[in-house]
Design a protein around this ligand. Structure first.
Ligand code: CO
Length: 137
């Protein structure tokens, strides 16, 4: 498996609007398009561009959002995951699983329209890690 670029850093927030205001005020950074809902994943998402990567702002969508528990522990929000690109998502999953790494669920279409999966933080030094097939640029 070849590790590709850092696609984004996921940041959980109780309010995408407030976070966007913070990025605007602090850094003059603008959102990459409008926030959008990913109902299947229970999140609302908005990206902020940086020159070499992106910040993925994630807000809970619905009662049983996977982000809700994180925000219970971190009321301000905070860094939630990192996302690396790989050339072949299924090859990456097979290779990690062959090493005994816990992959959370089957690859599914993520916020960039390409398949993603998550690696259990206990198998990645405490860091929830998203693996994404490199989008066609
Ligand atoms: Co992500």
């Amino acid at each position: 498996m070849k590790l590709g670029r850092l696609n984004h850093v996921g940041v959980a927030t109780p309010s995408i609007e407030k976070s966007l205001e913070l990025y605007r005020t602090m850094f003059g950074a603008e959102p990459h398009g409008a926030p959008f809902d990913l109902p299947a994943q229970g999140v609302r998402v908005c990206f902020v561009d940086t020159p070499n990567s992106q910040i993925e702002l994630i807000e809970p969508l619905g009662e049983d959002s996977p982000i809700a528990k994180f925000l219970d522990k971190n009321a301000l929000g905070g860094q939630h995951h990192v996302c690396f690109e790989v050339p072949d998502i299924h090859a990456a999953k097979a290779e990690l699983e062959a090493r005994g790494v816990r992959v959370l669920g089957e690859p599914r279409i993520g916020a960039h329209g390409t398949p993603v999966f998550f690696v259990h933080p206990k198998d990645m030094g405490g860091v929830l890690t998203e693996i994404m097939e490199t989008p066609a640029h």
